[in-house]
Design a protein around this ligand. Sequence first.
Ligand SMILES: *Cc1c(COP(=O)(O)O)cnc(C)c1O
Length: 331
Amino acid sequence: MRPDATSRVFLGDYPTPVEPLPTLSRPGASLWVKRDDLTAPAYGGNKVRKLEYVLGDARARGKTELLTAGAVGSHHVLATALYGARNGFRVRAVLVPQPRTEHALVNLRAELALGLDASATREALVPFALGRRYRKETYFVQVGGSSVLGAMGYVDGARELSAQVRSGQLPEPDLVVVTLGSGGTAAGLAAGFALEGMKTRVLGVSVVGPTAVFAWYTHHLARACVARAGGSVSRGDLAARLTTTNRWLGRGYGYATDEGARAITLAKDAGLTLDATYTAKSFAAALDVLEGGREKVVLYWHTLSSAPMAPLLEGALSEVPPSLLALLRGG
Ligand SMILES: *Cc1c(COP(=O)(O)O)cnc(C)c1O
């Protein structure tokens, strides 16, 4: 098999639904949601589309072990542990600290229950820790799954939305609001909308610093996705349709904000469950856009799994190794 072939492992159920959120819409400005919380029944959210290409590439290259890095309670590490193991890979990760929350602790316990071989390090030492663990059979899964290949999963996501627009399930959005972490999701969407010739623009709401670095990387990824898809979209078109903002970040990754807390409550009344680290901040931004009244059709791209965690915690140890537990700091 050609290692570069876009071999893909199928993990998700597509298309994910699109739904209106009438209680949060305004006269002349409607809010919709793309339910990527439902990408897969065992564990959904936005890591599923990315891992389909990433795991496919690892398999095509004959690798048997995945190695990645991330915050100790990260969805990326959890999703890689789950879908890696299910597809026959050994999964190892280098984990770094994040603020202590119940959500992060549950994720860590699930990662370990899924058989993740985890070790703790400090953020500055991640490259060395990865280098030490790298072997011939190792495939490196980029942080957040946001390699160009991973982001291609969201070019597919954009194409899926385009088909839903064409079939009349929703009006063509003026703006998609999505959480921006490592950038693959926002980049793939912007590239995909451009390739589809849609008018839809993307607002990436940063939840990780340094935001300038991630914003730069997201634009770079979007261009790389267009090139990989073999499309011709001008640099200017791509740049104009992808905006990032750090206005909702607060103290930083993993720290809750007041606007986020308000967004969690409003979303809950509308039937959506958000988390404080990722989706509360971007949903707050979406509500702000609606209030601004400049966009007629706003689509919130939901990226947080809504699958129950209990099955993933089966067989979880009651005791988490102290070196890993110590990565959940303060709070
Ligand atoms: C990882 C994650 C993101 C960030 O996506 P990127 O592609 O890394 O920018 C957003 N929301 C949730 C819930 C996530 O787990």
